[in-house]
Design a protein around this ligand. Sequence first.
Ligand code: RP5
Length: 171
Amino acid sequence: MSELVTRRGQGEPRVGIVMGSDSDWSVMSAVGEALDELAVAHEVGVVSAHRMPQAMLDYGASAAERGLRVLVAGAGGAAHLPGMLASVTSLPVIGVPVPLKYLDGMDSLLSIVQMPAGVPVATVSVGGARNAGLLAARILGAADDELRARMDTFRAELEATARAKGEALQR
Ligand code: RP5
């Protein structure tokens, strides 16, 4: 599996970021950027549900034993990658609908969000890769006090920025 992915950050990857094609990278790179900001080691790779189905199933089935704790999967169009990964792992899977040229990403969104009962995928908004990274960090932070503290700082900075923008409007 490791030949499919590149490791990023310090230590063993805890989040696996995968996408159906390298053409998804312009959207999906924001997942890793969010995790970098919160110092969460991760791995990144192309794992296509349709073009390399066996490798995709092997990646999902081996993810937990390789030390990963959350998967973030992005795909566009007939976006089956997040759901198929969720069907072969008990790890939490976050799906990112990648918008393509047609249909404004509605095809990607509906492909990912309409999962059958029993096989959940936490779906973010169309193109919502940054939130997918932040959600992965929150999931890990539930059992990691240091990471949760970094998330607390992140939220405090978010509030300070929003307040500063509001104050600027009042001047
Ligand atoms: C999906 O098909 C990929 O996730 C990508 O969003 C879309 C198009 O892939 P390419 O034809 O650009 O490789 O499986």
